[in-house]
Design a protein around this ligand. Structure first.
Ligand code: NAD
Length: 269
């Protein structure tokens, strides 16, 4: 990757008053969690259970819990990688206002990111579909693996499932609205590790661009929004982010007074 390109991204970040990032499965592959489209990814290994089927059929619920219990072992053991760490560090240094993620692995928060919006929910929790009950998933997954019985809500007896958005299930309107606001209000939008083919997440870079933000796309392969971007960085995310981080640190040490004193975090506009 050309040094000038990396320096350009670092310059734009240093002069940005509000940077937002959208992350996808590609940011977690270095943590050992496959993305959807790799040979051993979710598409290749199982047929997802649709939300309507989960509501309608006990057999579908058992299949859902079987798949989720298998996947849980990968998530539970995974640790944040250098990409998650760099984003968390950028947030604490004032270079990043927030992370909008399509991931359900919770690794941004474990790395220390605080301003995170999870468009597709989290696989770390289970929640009731009928009342407000919610708890960590570990115990329920362990119980299912022993009994093969689908658990019910301890409070109301209703159906519970992982706190992720299943196929056919609506996204949280609040999360989506906040994410769209972040995109509309930022001046620099970094889309990384995402194929940008899953809507509505793929609409967020367009919102940012249409509101005048610079758009940078960092991904291993082409995306449908590359033509819209001010800059496309093709390559492995970990190495790319590490180079940008170093360039940013060089800029900071060369001109420490240029920090992000004018920085506006989401919600402070
Ligand atoms: P995706 O699988 O569609 O695309 C991921 C993209 O990242 C691909 O274009 C791939 O080429 C790229 N990529 C993978 N590893 C990379 C690396 N090391 N460096 C650079 N690029 C890399 O993922 P998506 O767009 O996030 O898709 C959507 C769905 O996948 C979401 O609904 C998400 O919830 C779900 N998902 C999440 C996880 C997770 O939480 N970790 C894992 C698998 C799938």
């Amino acid at each position: 990757m050309q040094r000038e390109t990396i320096e350009q991204v670092a310059h734009w970040m240093a002069e940005s008053a509000s940077t937002i990032t959208l992350t996808g499965a590609g940011i977690s592959t270095e943590s050992g969690i496959p993305d959807f489209r790799s040979p051993n990814g979710v598409w290749a290994t199982s047929t997802p259970v649709y939300f309507q089927d989960y509501l309608a059929s006990e057999a579908a619920r058992i299949e859902y819990w079987r798949q989720k219990s298998q996947a849980h072992a990968d998530f539970a053991a995974a640790q944040p990688n250098r990409c998650h760490q760099i984003l968390a560090n950028w947030e604490s240094c004032g270079h990043l206002g927030g992370v909008i993620t399509q991931n359900i692995d919770g690794l941004h928060q474990i790395a220390g990111s605080r301003n995170v919006r999870e468009l597709h929910g989290t696989a770390r929790d289970v929640a009731c579909l009928n009342c407000d009950w919610r708890d960590q998933a570990d115990r329920f997954v362990a119980d299912f693996l022993q009994t093969h019985q689908v658990p019910n809500c301890p409070d109301c007896g209703g159906l519970i499932k992982h706190a992720t958005i299943s196929f056919g299930q609506n996204l949280s309107a609040t999360t989506l609205q906040e994410s769209a606001q972040w995109a509309a209000n930022c001046d620099l939008f970094l889309a990384m590790g995402t194929s940008l083919v899953v809507s509505p997440a793929s609409e967020l870079p367009v919102i940012a661009h249409d509101h005048g933000a610079r758009l940078i796309i960092l991904n291993r392969e082409d995306t449908p929004l590359d033509a819209l971007a001010d800059l496309v960085l093709r390559g492995e995310l970990g190495a790319t982010l590490a180079m940008i981080d170093s360039a940013l640190q060089r800029l900071r040490s060369a001109a420490p007074h240029r920090g992000n004193s004018q920085y506006t975090a989401p919600g402070q506009e």
